[in-house]
Design a protein around this ligand. Structure first.
Ligand SMILES: Nc1ncnc2c1ncn2[C@@H]1O[C@H](COP(=O)(O)OP(=O)(O)O)[C@@H](O)[C@H]1O
Ligand SMILES: [Mg+2]
Length: 91
């Protein structure tokens, strides 16, 4: 059965498997980057914000949402990703 709950006052539907997956993943050592990709408006941002706000709220000092705008950058390999990441964070 599809789970349907309220998040920010509106319906939040069918993300139980993804929720279990990412909560398990966050218990592991942080050795890897996890990319979540999907079509525009498929719910990526909403899902991450839900996890941080609703599921990790007791660990707010360790988890937060940070936005990086990759538009206008050439992402050609892993190191170019890391360069943009550190540059945009002002590091
Ligand atoms: N699990 C969900 N159930 C119902 N509506 C959702 C769900 N996830 C996202 N939405 C709605 O879909 C729209 C797009 O979600 P968003 O997270 O912005 O997508 P993306 O980041 O992938 O572009 C938003 O209006 C959001 O409220
Ligand atoms: Mg988004």
């Amino acid at each position: 059965m599809i789970r349907k709950i309220k998040y920010r006052g509106v319906s939040f539907v069918d993300r139980e498997d993804e929720e279990n997956f990412i909560l398990d993943r966050l218990k592991e050592e942080a050795n890897n980057i996890l990319f979540i990709y999907g079509p525009k408006s498929s719910g990526k941002t909403n899902f991450i914000e839900y996890i941080v706000e609703e599921k990790l709220s007791k660990k707010r000092d360790r988890f937060y949402v940070n936005y990086i705008n990759f538009r206008g950058y050439a992402l050609v390999n892993y190191s170019s990703f890391l360069n943009i990441f550190s540059h945009q964070r002002g590091a």
